[in-house]
Design a protein around this ligand. Structure first.
Ligand SMILES: Cc1ncc(COP(=O)(O)O)c(C=O)c1O
Length: 396
């Protein structure tokens, strides 16, 4: 029976081989340690649980308006005003079932077949598959070697008459880099000049370290407001991935178009989860501060360890909860007779020899690296790193 070309254009996840093997090993009782998970492990904030329970008690369990509860949109509006000094009315905000579906809907509202969307690599792979689904062409622009900063000259040169949008993600998954204000300002001017959308995925904006400050692009280039669609949500900041709540803030026109797609798709996000998100945004600030402090401690542990590892280098993350580790020096070395030919083989060998999972950089469109995350507790991180060190030391 027929399967659509739209679907067939999407490619299986580059991390599938390692994930499946890790699952097999776990099923056999092998204690596999994860340095790969992007899921924060903290319990959902107390206020989110309380608000959800109250919503259920009070029977707030029906469809909401497609754009989301007005209370939640007002809270998101207040958050953007307090945090970035930006004014978004609630008809410039839509709540969806996570940042991921909102990015999908936004791309659906923008892309016609053949249109090009620029991504800066390394990039989160879901963007690529979503763009392909709509018949668009992802145009990959590598960031600068060693700093992962956007290379604006390269990006400018990749714009064609088919370009419709640029997707950026800062703090970045997988590098943890916060793009510099000057570059973001210039990028916004470029988008205005070329009349392009910027999809600004700032899902990690609250998770920054060492006083590094993330600012929304509109703090640098307020004149680009009509061009920017901000994507955010509760998954990472509040450790609420399973509730599936995200929000998008942008021009009235684009928000209306996204709403037109979301209506027939989901009718809006889960009502109880929206109340939970409201509780988190209103009352969980101190819990978030504690989580950030914990991430910061884990980040220090990892940096101290990695500094002693042979064959690798890294850029210390300013935000999110990932290190993107350069393993190019290991290419060509042998792990008990198996040659490391690329980052996929590195990840496979590390799993086989030491039962630790990491994500190959190829999954983020930048081979030669692996992503390690600090979502797990200190003990698992330390054990995982010890094993990774043994693996690196054993290479010859
Ligand atoms: C860059 C980036 N954007 C969006 C998401 C997904 O967010 P949500 O859980 O709200 O769909 C993730 C999750 O890993 C991510 O890394």
């Amino acid at each position: 029976m027929k399967i659509s070309q739209s679907l067939l254009r999407m490619q299986p996840s580059a991390t599938r081989a390692v994930a499946e093997r890790a699952k097999d090993l776990r099923d056999q009782g092998v204690p596999v340690l994860s340095l790969s998970s992007g899921v924060p492990g903290f319990k959902s904030p107390e206020a989110s649980r309380r608000y959800a329970e109250r919503a259920m008690e009070e029977g707030k369990t029906f469809y909401t308006v497609t754009t989301g509860n007005v209370e939640l949109r007002n809270a998101v509006s207040d958050y953007y005003k307090d945090r970035f000094g930006l004014i978004y009315e609630n008809d410039q905000i839509i709540v969806g079932a996570g940042a991921k579906p909102l990015i999908f809907e936004a791309l659906g509202a923008i892309i016609d077949p053949g249109d090009e969307v620029i991504l800066t690599a390394p990039a989160w792979v879901s963007y690529v598959e979503q763009i392909r689904f709509f018949g668009g062409k992802p145009v990959i622009v590598e960031t600068k070697d060693r700093t992962f900063e956007i290379d604006l000259d390269r990006l400018r040169a990749s714009i064609s008459e088919k370009t419709v949008a640029i997707v950026i993600n800062s703090p970045n998954n997988p590098t943890g880099v916060i793009y510099s204000g000057k570059i973001i300002e210039d990028l916004c001017h470029l988008a205005v000049e070329k009349d392009l959308h910027i999809i600004n995925d700032e899902i990690y904006e609250r998770l920054t370290f060492d006083g590094c400050k993330y600012r929304n692009p509109l703090c640098y280039a307020p004149e680009a407001k009509e061009h920017i669609l901000n994507i955010n949500g509760v998954s990472k900041t509040y450790s609420m991935t399973g509730w599936r709540i995200g929000y998008a803030l942008g021009s009235r026109e684009l928000i209306k178009k996204i709403t037109a797609l979301q209506g027939p798709l989901t009718s809006g996000a889960c009502s109880v989860a929206q109340w939970a998100a409201l509780g988190a945004i209103r009352e969980a600030e101190s819990e978030v501060d504690e989580m950030v402090a914990t991430y910061q401690k884990r980040r220090e542990i990892i940096a101290t360890e990695l500094d002693q590892f042979p064959h690798i280098s890294y850029v210390k993350p300013q935000g999110a909860f990932y290190f993107f580790v350069d393993i190019r020096e290991t290419i060509g070395l042998s792990s008990n007779g198996n040659i490391i030919t690329d980052d996929n083989v590195f990840a496979e060998e590390l799993l086989e020899k030491e039962q630790v999972t990491v994500i190959p950089g190829s999954a983020f469109l930048l081979p030669g690296y692996v992503r390690i995350s600090f979502t797990k507790g200190q003990d698992e991180i330390r054990s995982g790193l010890n094993r990774m060190k043994s693996f690196l030391v054993s290479l010859s």
